[in-house]
Design a protein around this ligand. Structure first.
Ligand code: PZK
Length: 292
């Protein structure tokens, strides 16, 4: 008999995911239907978002299995409560490396901000004249240190990572992150999607092997842009969240400093379909077949 979610010890919640303890060696990661925009978690869930992101993450884990081992044990397992079946993964408990490992090939987000302020990202000097959405001369590793809930991760130079985890591990994190990013770019490009950046998390397993944790190459950990709409010099449309951003941006009675309003049903439904479309476009699979 499967346990109820309420029988598991909650270990923490991110904006959009929840983490539970199964036993001393295993955790349960639940991808929720929560969505964030403009740094807020919206009050309206996106139906099936957690299942789509879990399905997509699992698909990618298979496609990067030759790069590094990952923490996934099972998605179909008696330890997974029925209520979260399809949106939860049983994972091995790792000793997490406290570095957000980002690979990026395009200028956006904090990379854009740092470039505008200093001409560099994480100490990496970039050519002048780049603009929002520009392709970088080559993909770069832009690590960030994890910060407390409610604050932003801080981009740091490679030397800070070396000081934190040692030079050899830092070099491995960079190599693995760029390999994952490169694989993602290559596969997404065939489907007309630009993978602008992606964030990976790593940890050590019981044998001391550097292992990929968390979720990988999902729209929550990465920026997916429709290639046919790429136009440097402006914020790029997001494959998944653009309806939400557009609707909120046009809601003139919301000022971004107070909790956001509920989304209309049609915006939530259209956004759900964008996640499903992204899954089906990238994987070539039907979402209806996920764990059915
Ligand atoms: C772990 N987080 C981030 C926070 C979440 C996820 N395999 C692992 N072993 C040990 N710890 C973690 C993992 C993973 N993945 C991940 N924090 C710890 C996090 C909140 C909710 F779903």
């Amino acid at each position: 008999m499967t346990a109820a979610l309420s029988d598991l010890t909650p270990l923490g919640s991110g904006k959009v995911r929840d983490l539970y303890e199964i036993d001393d060696k295993h955790l349960l990661i639940v991808a929720s239907d929560r969505i964030s925009a403009f740094d807020w978690v919206l009050p309206t869930p996106i139906p099936d978002k957690g299942r789509v992101l879990t399905a997509l993450s699992m698909w990618w884990f298979d496609r990067i299995a030759d790069i590094a081992p990952n923490h996934v044990v099972a998605v179909d397992d008696s330890r997974i409560p029925a209520a979260v079946r399809g949106s939860a993964m049983v994972v091995r408990r790792l000793a997490m490396v406290q570095v957000e490992c980002v690979g990026r090939g395009y200028l956006a987000g904090t990379g854009m901000k740092d470039y505008q302020a200093t001409g560099r990202i994480c100490g990496i000097e970039l050519p002048p004249g780049l603009t929002d959405g520009s392709k970088l001369p080559e993909p770069i590793f832009t690590p960030a240190t994890k910060s407390a809930v409610g604050t932003h991760d801080e981009n740091v130079g490679f030397g800070v990572v070396e000081a934190q985890v040692g030079s050899a591990t830092a070099a491995e994190l960079r190599r693995l992150t760029l390999a994952v990013y490169g694989r993602g770019v290559e596969i997404a490009a065939r489907r007309g999607i630009i993978l602008a950046d992606t964030k990976c998390e790593f940890g050590y397993d019981d044998a001391g092997t550097l292992t990929i944790g968390d979720e990988v190459l999902t729209p929550d950990s990465s920026r997916f842009w429709p290639a046919d709409q790429w136009q440097p010099g402006r914020a790029q449309p997001s494959y998944d969240k653009q309806f939400v951003r557009d609707w909120l941006a046009n809601k003139s009675d919301w000022d971004r400093s107070s909790p956001p309003p509920e989304l209309p049903d049609e915006v939530a439904a259209a956004t759900r379909q964008r996640y499903i479309d992204a899954y089906e476009l990238i994987t070539g699979l039907k979402f209806a077949d996920w764990m059915s």
